[in-house]
Ligand binder design. Structure first.
Ligand code: PA5
Length: 439
């Protein structure tokens, strides 16, 4: 078992002594989180999850994934926000960048596709076309069981599934991940007898990737979920020290708040690995919904590099100085490629002959960090030894813990999302949903 996450804060321009001023506050928040973690009515269940998960249900997830791999070309994951982003982040990070174009033989497992994360008719129609006559199953995921986007998508694809396989076989191809007792999805699931997985009461959507919410789709994509949990467990052990001096996760959380107070109100997550794009999307949700409230909160943004150096690079270097950058890099890529010498050298690249592409990518990263720091963008650098299940499990836990600590330092409740209701009630009123009166 191996997990290595390195955190480099030296380019953030903040003295360690400044960070250590938060020692007592951090200790108190740590104690408070640990005191609350077993409370069924609170939302801190993720804290102990890597050691405390339901082992029987975990086995059931592995069995269901095997079954889906046997009988389905496609698994349609229907969910939105915390009910799909974590799974997608892990699947994209550990798959080929072109996995959607691979054949089943090349991929060696079911293709995971997503629905219910928007309301766009083109998206749904094109997805129906792609599924065509292929065998598919559905994993519908919703903690509340009432979210409109996934509910509509489920209604559409359930009908397609039933028309294709008949009611009985369709039933065996539907997997529901929801609350253990309440919500429309739970009622429907009980009525129809779908195989159901439980989202624990004390774990909120965006903290739920290591529950069945993320684990079933991830396992279907051929990823070892035991290793993922092991990595999270290593992070749980690693970042369990209440003493800020020894806890790098808490140091990062404190640093974000110091930068925020210094008017650095936007954290830009940067990666140099296209597979990490959805990890950034997950992070945007994790921080955005956890901290953006009461007119407070760092705005989480993301860039894929070096791609976006040719678009957002200009702003990063010389735009409004309210940014700090958190680079997440991978020390050792899964594969590499050497740049060959060319007799004519018309492209002038022979100075790189014999060097590999990862070397060039790393130099681009070092040069960019240097440029951004000297341009007034403080830098935090988080690096993983390699992209695998253990390191990703560790990274997920690291950021969940950092979010909880950071939100508490900021003085907001990181576990609720009252602001999400505003668009919903307007939409329901405009759609004339019963109970939503016209203004
Ligand atoms: O983090 C959260 O709580 C949200 O992003 C939810 O995951 C999202 O709104 C989906 O909710 P539900 O799972 O209830 O459909």
């Amino acid at each position: 078992m191996f997990m290595e996450i390195k955190i480099d804060l030296k380019n953030a321009g903040i003295d360690k002594k400044e960070i250590m001023k938060y020692k007592e506050q951090v200790e108190n928040i740590h104690k408070d989180l640990h005191r609350r973690k077993d409370d069924e009515k609170d939302f801190v269940g993720w804290l102990d999850l890597p050691t405390n998960y339901d082992k029987k249900e975990f086995k059931r997830i592995q069995t269901a994934a095997k079954r889906i791999n046997k009988d389905s070309d496609i698994l349609l994951v229907i969910g939105i926000g915390g009910s799909y982003l974590g799974a997608r982040a892990v699947i994209e990070a550990l798959s080929s960048s072109f996995y959607q174009m691979q054949t089943l033989k090349q991929r060696k497992h079911t293709l995971v596709l997503y629905a219910g994360n928007n309301l766009n008719p083109n998206y749904i129609n094109e997805l129906i076309e792609v599924i065509g006559d292929k065998d598919f199953s559905i994993n519908v995921i919703s903690k509340s069981g009432t979210t409109t986007e996934p509910a509509i998508a489920f209604r559409i694809f359930r009908e397609i599934l039933e028309n294709k396989y008949g009611i009985d076989e369709a039933r065996s191809r539907i997997y529901v991940t929801t609350d253990k007792a309440k919500g429309a999805l739970k009622t429907l699931s009980d009525e129809e007898g779908y195989e159901t997985f439980v989202i624990p009461d004390n774990i909120g959507g965006r903290f739920s990737v290591l529950t069945p919410v993320g684990l079933l789709p991830i396992a279907c994509a051929g990823i070892d979920i035991e290793k993922l949990m092991n990595g999270a467990k290593l992070a749980q052990d690693n970042y369990n020290d209440s003493n800020l001096k020894y806890n790098e996760c808490y140091q990062y959380a404190v640093l974000r708040n110091i930068l925020y107070k210094d008017n650095k109100t936007i954290e830009v997550f940067a990666n140099y690995e296209p597979k990490m794009h959805y990890m950034t999307e997950w992070l945007k949700q994790l921080y955005g919904e956890s901290e953006g409230k009461e007119q407070e909160g760092i705005f989480p943004a993301g860039i894929d590099l070096t791609t976006d150096l040719h678009s957002m690079g200009q702003y990063m270097q010389e735009g409004l100085r309210n940014l700090f950058e958190t680079v997440i890099s991978i020390d050792n890529p899964k594969s590499n490629i050497t740049i060959n010498s060319d007799d004519d050298n018309l492209d002038g690249l022979n100075y790189l002959a014999g060097k590999d592409l990862d070397y060039v990518n790393k130099k681009a990263m070092e040069g960019t960090i240097e440029a951004h720091v000297s341009g007034g963008v403080p830098n935090i650098h988080i690096s993983l030894e390699k992209l695998d299940e253990e390191n990703l499990g560790g990274l997920i836990y690291f950021f969940e813990l950092a979010t909880a600590m950071s939100g508490n330092i900021l003085g907001v409740n990181p576990f609720n999302q009252p602001g999400v209701e505003a668009y919903k009630s307007n939409m329901f009123r405009l759609l004339k949903k019963p109970g939503y009166a016209a203004k």
